[in-house]
Write a protein that binds this ligand. Structure first.
Ligand code: C2E
Ligand code: MG
Ligand code: MG
Ligand code: MG
Length: 288
């Protein structure tokens, strides 16, 4: 797809400031041209069934390989894309690519796609989802959208309506990074989600912090009480697996099982009936 033309007056020489972790600077124009230059790709990180360890799906995670700087983290460039009007085109590319690749996967695994609150706020998200499904032939139940809580959603009624129409297509909608936003419980009151993803900041300390463990159990109970499935993100230890299994958490995701890998590694993983954590870890990791 064509990158949008630079804004009149030009952001040509705009250079983004260092992020909090002092990553290399990139120019907004580089990001604007990244799609056309083929510098963007999707990495996929599996979800596993907490009870059986079977792969249930993959989260699509955007990767940018900058020609001079090398890999740039989505945590750094997605907010820039949001601020500079680039997230619409980028998000459409992610949806189309994830659906097209997932349609070639063996079995019934889902693909989860992150959707920016800016995309949710703009008109046309429903149409983009519908056309990504149609163009790829991916059955709607195999697509899930991950939304984050955000104070940026100004028109709540429009957002609720958009989510309702997308769910009516048969697509699932998940609330990502639960617990880190400003209005977690308010969101659950107003929006209907199929799944809650508990943020990794709670999961990572559950075997050491009593507070984290209490909060994770409470979030799990709330989700279950509201009829939602629960995914724990950022699972890195066997101790966390045991605790989460113990409370009946549905699904786990984290470096313990696999880092994000490229599309070819997904196909190899799905073709291998003897897949286990070891072979996924051995697959070529793709970014963070
Ligand atoms: P997210 O959606 O919460 O994605 C999970 C992030 O946690 C990923 O980082 C993943 O690599 C990382 N992660 C997974 N398991 C573990 C673990 O066990 N330990 C640790 N330390 N980290 C783990 P990544 O790929 O750098 O993405 C960061 C964020 O960027 C995402 O958070 C999401 O908010 C955003 N993002 C990524 N791709 C897209 C996209 O296509 N569209 C939009 N709008 N945002 C995206
Ligand atoms: Mg996500
Ligand atoms: Mg997440
Ligand atoms: Mg997260």
């Amino acid at each position: 797809i064509a990158a949008p033309a630079p804004a009149p007056g030009g952001t040509r020489s705009t250079v983004e400031r260092d992020g909090p972790t002092r990553r290399p600077r990139f120019r907004v124009d580089d990001l604007r041209l990244a799609l056309d230059r083929g510098e963007l790709m999707l990495a996929y990180q599996p979800f596993v069934d907490a009870a059986t360890g079977a792969v249930t799906g993959f989260e699509a995670l955007l990767r940018w390989h900058h020609a001079a700087l090398g890999p740039v983290s989505p945590a750094d460039f997605v907010p820039v894309a949001e601020r500079h009007g680039l997230i619409g085109a980028m998000g459409t590319w992610v949806l189309d690519t994830a659906c097209r690749q997932a349609a070639t996967w063996r079995g019934d695994c889902r693909v989860s796609v992150n959707v920016s609150p800016v995309q949710l706020r703009q008109p046309g998200l429903f149409d983009r989802v519908a056309s990504a499904l149609e163009a790829s032939g991916l059955p709607p139940h195999r697509l899930e959208l991950e939304l984050t809580e955000s104070v940026m959603v100004s028109d709540v009624a429009a957002a609720i309506n958009c989510i309702r129409r997308i769910r009516a297509l048969g697509v699932n909608v998940a609330l990502d990074d639960f617990g880190t936003g400003y209005s977690s419980l308010g969101y659950l009151q107003r929006f209907v989600f199929d799944r809650l993803k508990i943020d990794r900041s709670f999961i990572q300390g559950i075997d050491e912090s009593q507070a984290n463990w209490v909060l994770v159990r409470a979030m799990h109970d709330i989700a279950r009480g509201l009829g939602m499935a629960v995914t724990a993100e950022g699972v890195e230890t066997e101790a966390a697996v045991a605790l989460l299994r113990g409370i009946g958490c549905d699904e786990l995701q984290g470096f313990l099982f696999s880092r994000p890998v490229d599309a070819a590694a997904v196909r190899r993983l799905l073709a291998d009936p003897t897949w286990d954590r070891g072979s996924a870890r051995a697959a070529t990791a793709c970014g963070p």
